[in-house]
Every structure is written in C-alpha cells, then in structure tokens.
Design a protein around this ligand. Structure first.
Ligand code: ADP
Length: 308
C-alpha cells in the first residue's frame, strides 16, 4: 500500500522517541502527534532537540528508541516512501549556486523521477507562487536571503508532498522577509497542506501554528494551541515593571500570578482591570501592560528564578 493511500490517522506519530549521541540524550522519550492539514510547531531554545527530531522524521537519523510513524509508515522500515511524501526546507541554504532558479527546481525533481514536462509545469507554478517570476532564469548568487528561502520552499514542494517540514524557516531573515514567508506558509496551510516547523521564535509559533509543543533539554514541557497554552500558563494579560529590586508584591489578588525575572516584576491576570491598580504601586518605574504571549509561557515553564 502506498503512503498516499494510507493517509488516514496521523501525519506524524511519535511515541517515546529517544535519540542519544554518545553520552548525551538529545531527545528524551518524546511523544506527540501531528494531524493532517494542521500547522504544527516545535518551539524551544537552541539545543532543545528540535532539529534532531526533524532529522528522525525525514529518515536522516536513526532512532535510539521509541517509535515514529510518518504518513502512517514506520521510519525504520519505509524511509524511501516517506522521503517521497515529505518536502524538506533545511535551515542552511543548500541550493546549487551554479544553476538558475528554475534549474534548481528541475534538477531536484529528478530525485523523485518526475517526468520532465510535469516537472517544468510544476516548477513554473511554484516559481510564481513564491513570487520569483522575474528571477526565473537568474543564478542563485543574485538572489537575496529571503528569495533563497522562498526558493527552498518552492523546491520542497516540487514532489507535491503530504507534509512540508521546515527547520527554523525564518532564522536570520529580516522582519519584512519573515512576514512574506509566514504569508506563504499560511496560504499552503489554507490549501490543506500539513506543515511541521521548528522555531525558537515565540511570535512565529504563535502566529503560524494551530498546535505546538514546547521542548526544552530534549523533553516536551507542554503541548496545545497557542491560545490554550497562553491562557493556561500566562492568563490573558501581563504587567511588567522594569528596573525593580527585590521580590514582587505579595499582597495581590488570588487571581494574579506574581513573578520576578532579573530586575523585572511580572504580574499575570485574566483581565487588564485586575492589573490596573498595581500600576500605581510602580509609579517610579517603567511599566508595560500588554496581552500575555507564548514567551511568557516559555519563561514561566523554564525560568526557575521566576517560579521560586
Ligand atoms: P535544536 O534544533 O533544538 O537547536 P538539536 O537537535 O540541534 O537542537 O541539538 C540537541 C542536542 O543534541 C544539542 O545538545 C546538540 O549539541 C546535540 N547534537 C545534535 N546533533 C548532534 C550530533 N550529530 N552529534 C552529537 N551531538 C549532537
């Protein structure tokens, strides 16, 4: 049975996944599922284990333990079928500098034995999709960083994959380029493509992902939709008071969480009104009242100082 016929169940299913390098446990009993048609994020700091999990998903790194199915197939026994069913955008540019934009796509299509006429039609569609129509016959060295990244997304789509896998898709790119890439990824998700991405940018995960896991030191800390995680761990609103000494105020309402990170005091509450009275306590400090975000969630879960 081919991968495409088996497209029921989960796009990715990891159970107690383990990866060890010598004496380092890079991925430590990680379990998660990615549903078809969703944008799923793996969020975590550098060294958390995100790339290692991705390399196991795309069958480039053997598992040390656990089980991993991609498009319903076991990575250990079906690497060839899985590689044909996924599109991969690596973190580093690995386009062929000696070829044009279009030829980079056509040469790549040969790995999948796509007939030339089909590949040409698909390459031209994809070049338009990533807004590189006027660069079609240009060499790679004439492209900006953002153009190269868009071309790598186009290249990953040449085999019409069931899952698009991106390792830190906007790392090192400027804010305008990041927005353009997010826009393309949203369009692909809206067309029904399953997207799996790793990122250490909290805002990227919050804006792009339907669901995500937060990973640190090889373990999943939490999983859920960005909204669920924010509501569960950082409520709705945050008040920051900067440049403070000592601990935050103790005599706050029970609905309010108070924490310290460095010289900043943080208060989280379900409504902004609950936080407003606290601002008068910090008249001599710089204060900032804002909606809570995923960065708050991540710092609350990992910052031992704040939880002390
Ligand atoms: P992330 O993608 O979240 O930044 P990685 O998966 O690249 O994290 O790395 C997780 C851990 O595994 C890190 O401590 C890293 O140094 C280590 N690591 C990654 N690849 C290798 C390797 N090929 N050999 C040894 N250690 C590795």
């Amino acid at each position: 049975m081919s991968a495409r016929e088996k497209a029921s169940g989960f796009a990715v299913e990891a159970k107690d996944l383990i990866k060890e390098y010598d004496d380092l446990i890079a991925v430590n009993r990680v379990s998660f599922t990615v549903r078809y048609g969703e944008a799923f994020g793996m969020l975590g700091p550098n060294g958390a284990g995100k790339s290692t999990i991705m390399r196991m998903i795309i069958c480039r790194s053997p598992l040390t333990g656990g089980a991993l199915d991609v498009v319903g197939l076991d990575v250990t026994s079906h690497p060839r079928e899985i590689k044909e069913s996924v599109g991969v955008v690596p973190q580093e540019n690995n386009l062929d500098p000696d070829l044009t934009v279009r030829d980079n796509l056509l040469v790549y299509s040969r790995y999948f034995r796509i007939p030339r006429s089909v590949a040409e039609e698909r390459a031209d569609e994809l070049i338009e999709f990533v807004d590189l129509g006027d660069k079609r016959d240009s060499r790679i060295e004439t492209l900006s960083g953002g153009m190269k990244r868009r071309l790598m997304i186009a290249r990953a789509l040449i085999n019409n994959p069931m899952i698009l896998i991106l390792d830190e898709p906007t790392t090192g790119l400027d804010p305008h380029v990041r927005l353009a890439i997010w826009d393309k990824l949203r369009q692909l998700r809206d067309q029904g493509l399953t997207i799996l991405l790793s990122t250490h940018y909290m805002d990227e995960a919050e804006k792009l992902c339907d669901r995500l896991v937060i990973i640190d030191k090889g373990k999943i800390l939490v999983s859920g939709t960005p909204r669920e995680l924010i509501e569960r761990y950082a409520m709705h609103f945050a008040l920051e008071a900067r440049g403070c000494n000592g601990s935050p105020l103790k005599s706050t309402l029970p609905q309010i969480i108070a924490e310290r990170r460095g010289s900043t005091h943080f208060y989280f509450a379900p409504t902004a009104e609950l936080l407003a009275p606290l601002m008068s306590e910090y008249e001599d400090y710089e204060t900032y009242l804002r909606p809570s975000n995923l960065e708050d969630v991540f710092l609350r879960l990992t910052d031992q100082e704040g939880l002390a």
